[in-house]
Design a protein around this ligand. Structure first.
Ligand code: SF4
Ligand code: SF4
Length: 240
């Protein structure tokens, strides 16, 4: 069982989806869900409620998503690009994929519909879904930044649960202004993988083929963490 580009989502479930799924989760069960995610080494969860416009744009009919976040190994990310690094990154990714099936099985056992969203599917952007949680933004280098760090990997489960603790506001939009004054990710890309509009040229970027992660590891959000960068930015804004 491995996740691969252009292959269907592997079927590693041990429990079938319920025929008549429940739609409301109790606080106790939500706590249990968070506990089991933590026991499986996930950092924490975010939740996206996809708007009608979003569903229309991406041609989907489901709207409740649980995002399971994990910390990608800093040691691996700091390695120079190599085949070995690609393998280590993929192993870590696949390992958390297996764990995500366990979380989906837990939900199914409790009578909720739960299906993994293929993490390598070109037909839907997981980053776009992540920003709908209001816990993340897309940086200038096209990375998905959560407050927990830039080195967050994630898997997603679409579910019948309608009363997840969705957030209505995103307090991270200041990052757009911060990125506009920085730009070192663009300047230091060894492949010049950004076009004149700073759109990432995926065919040129070597993140997947060779394990490049320079734009991540030189970013202040990776080096210092979200809170430190935010404090410094706020101080600077107050001085103006
Ligand atoms: S390196 Fe600078 S411009 Fe690039 S994502 Fe990080 S903060 Fe934004
Ligand atoms: S991963 Fe490497 S090649 Fe790709 S955009 Fe970042 S710095 Fe450039």
């Amino acid at each position: 069982m491995r996740f691969r580009y252009h292959y269907p989502t592997p079927d590693n479930y041990e429990v079938e989806n319920p025929l008549e799924a429940s739609k409301l989760i109790s606080d106790d069960l939500l706590n249990d869900l968070n506990k089991i995610a933590s026991e499986n080494d996930f950092l924490n969860l975010s939740y996206s409620k996809l708007s009608d416009d979003f569903k229309k744009e991406w041609g989907i009919s489901w709207d409740n998503v649980i995002i399971l976040k994990y910390l990608m190994s800093e040691t691996v990310l700091k390695m120079p690009p190599s085949k070995e690094k690609c393998i280590l990154e993929d192993e870590e990714f696949q390992e958390f994929g297996v764990k995500t099936f366990k979380i989906a099985d837990f939900l199914r056992k409790n009578n909720f519909k739960a299906d993994l969203i293929h993490p390598l599917d070109d037909t839907i952007s997981l980053r776009a879904i992540a920003t709908q949680s209001n816990d993340a933004v897309i940086t200038r280098s096209n990375m998905c930044l959560f407050k927990e760090g830039l080195n967050i990997g994630f898997f997603m489960i679409k579910t019948s649960i309608e009363n997840l603790p969705f957030k209505n506001e995103n307090s991270m939009h200041w990052i757009k202004g911060y990125c506009s004054t920085c730009g070192i990710c663009i300047d230091r890309c060894p492949e010049n993988a950004f076009d004149e509009n700073e759109k990432l040229k995926r065919k040129i970027c070597t993140a997947h083929s060779e394990g490049c992660s320079i734009c991540m590891t030189i970013c202040p959000f990776f080096k210092q963490g979200y809170e430190k960068v935010k404090k410094r930015y706020d101080r600077k804004c107050h001085k103006k």
